[in-house]
Design a protein around this ligand. Structure first.
Ligand SMILES: *Cc1c(COP(=O)(O)O)cnc(C)c1O
Length: 493
């Protein structure tokens, strides 16, 4: 299978797409043609791992079967995920299902991709590339999941940048207590987009690349611009559809909606791939927080980042530049020229507008709306009362947008709501939502105990543990000092 840059400048196989991370013209590697699934074959696949192996074999055509099996077995071992089949699927009512994607080591859905990516990367790197230097910009969850995925993996070193005031206390503590000989973390003074554009600039600065190469490293990315991040996410859409069929909750051929709390458009784009591959998806519902740049785009065809940036209680979605949208634009237009025009408009003018036919095609697959913090908190409370089900702030954005979707469309299609993080990652906000701000001044770590007392829902072990771990990565730096930080960290290696 061939992967093309969304801007047309480079064509590669999957191994190159994975170790390069981003194309040399700044575009994102995307399959030239999305494969179809053999549904008869699928019916014989009863474990998540077997399904993953099959899906990966359709995309990673230059990997051997043995390599794929090895990667999957290592990534999804039962000491990594606390459920047999990697994800959990809960029935809330006859129309509504919660797909729990937070059973991995860092309790966010990003583990599902980031436990796998290091294994794919090691098998993709040419021998002449001695060591990979993985750079990550994070709005909170990617950083920890990437650190955990790459920690002590041979031939790799990882540097994570997060907005120092833009992540939850639990997220920050998870990262600053990271163990592993090859892990480095710094907060930057700025927001997520500053961190992301800083990383992008370092990647594309030929001077920097040269310096790094001379030290025996090459840069790569674990952000969702890497196709190796997107691919593992396709599997759970297919898995949940097959599970609903197997359990008799869905009839053969019956269509289904997915509601996806959206930031960088990576997760929901994987849903689009699943749809093109053959899952009968009715609508992919984009749930944005008040930084509603993506849901506004779905509704208007205008992507406009010239707006205020808000910090919300769903920080992993506080993003104004959703990089994965570029892949959708390529898949829908099949035109490098149009994609290049959109991207240069965005860079130069801060916005772009797609043509009516493009918008129509997007709207036939996606529906979008956003949720304010107030509404998100209401949703946490309502879902807990209605279903005795505790959800995190991001997943709550999904519930609230689903409520709006039903109100506006009256659609009764069965719906899967993606649960992107464990509620204890955002314990203080969840607790205050449930109790109408009774614990506004509580210490964020005491909030964990109080949430346990209030709900009886178990605290994941890894979250309990961070309270007693020492802070190993205290650095907070200016955003123009990111490269210096990297050099400092690799100088003795
Ligand atoms: C990253 C993240 C999101 C957003 O996912 P995208 O792929 O960036 O759209 C939503 N919820 C949580 C908890 C996350 O960590």
């Amino acid at each position: 299978m061939q992967y093309t840059s969304t801007r047309g400048g480079q064509n590669v196989h999957s191994k190159e797409a994975i170790y390069l991370g981003i194309a040399n013209d700044g575009g994102l590697f995307t399959p030239v043609k999305i494969p179809k699934m053999d549904f008869e074959y699928l019916e014989g696949l009863n474990s998540y791992k077997d399904l993953a192996k099959y899906i990966f074999s359709l995309y990673l055509t230059d990997f051997s079967e043995e390599e794929i099996t090895d990667c999957v077995n290592k990534a999804y071992a039962t000491d990594r995920f606390d459920t047999e089949n990697v994800v959990g699927l809960k029935k809330l009512d006859s129309n509504l299902f919660a797909l729990e994607l937070w059973h991995g080591p860092t309790y966010a859905f990003k583990d599902i991709a980031l436990q796998l990516l290091p294994h794919l990367l090691i098998r993709s790197m040419p021998d002449s590339y001695k060591r990979a230097l993985i750079l990550v910009a994070t709005s909170g969850d990617t950083g920890k999941a990437a650190l955990e995925g790459f920690r002590d993996v041979e031939r790799t070193r990882i540097v994570v940048f997060y907005p120092s005031e833009g992540v939850s206390d639990v997220q920050k503590r998870q990262m600053t207590t990271q163990e592993g000989k090859n892990t480095h973390v710094a907060g930057i003074i700025g927001n997520f987009d500053d961190a992301q554009s800083g990383v992008k600039e370092i990647f594309t600065n030929t001077e920097y690349v040269k310096i790094i190469n001379e030290k025996g490293y090459f840069f790569t990315s674990a952000n969702s611009i890497n196709f190796g991040r997107l691919l593992p996410q396709i599997v759970y859409y297919i898995w949940s559809y097959l599970e609903l069929l197997r359990k008799g909750f869905l009839k053969e051929g019956e269509r289904i909606n997915f509601v996806v709390p959206t930031g960088n458009f990576g997760n929901i784009l994987a849903g689009y791939f699943a749809k093109v591959m053959g899952v009968p998806v009715n609508r992919l519902i984009v749930a944005s927080n008040i930084n509603s740049v993506v849901s506004d785009f779905i509704n208007t065809g205008i992507y406009d980042r010239r707006r205020e940036f808000y910090k919300t209680i769903s920080p992993s979605m506080d993003i104004l530049v959703a990089s994965n949208l570029e892949r959708l634009l390529y898949l829908v237009t099949e035109s490098f020229e149009r994609v290049k025009k959109y991207m240069s408009d965005l860079k130069e003018n801060g916005y772009f507008k797609v043509e009516d036919d493009v918008l129509k095609s997007i709207q036939s697959n996606f529906w979008g709306d956003f949720s304010t913090d107030f509404e998100t908190r209401q949703a946490i409370k309502w879902v807990y009362r209605e279903y005795s089900y505790l959800i995190d702030t991001h997943s709550a954005v999904g519930f609230d947008v689903y409520r709006k979707y039903k109100e506006k469309t009256s659609d009764m299609t069965k719906t899967v709501l993606l649960q992107t993080a464990n509620p204890y990652k955002f314990a203080k906000d969840v607790l205050n939502a449930l109790t109408d701000d009774e614990y506004n001044d509580i210490d964020p770590f005491e909030a964990i105990e109080m949430l346990l007392k209030t709900t009886g829902v178990e605290v994941p072990k890894g979250i309990r543990d961070i309270l007693s771990k020492p802070v190993l990565h205290p650095d907070v730096i200016e955003k123009d000092k990111m490269f210096e930080f990297i050099l400092e960290k690799i100088k003795d290696s």
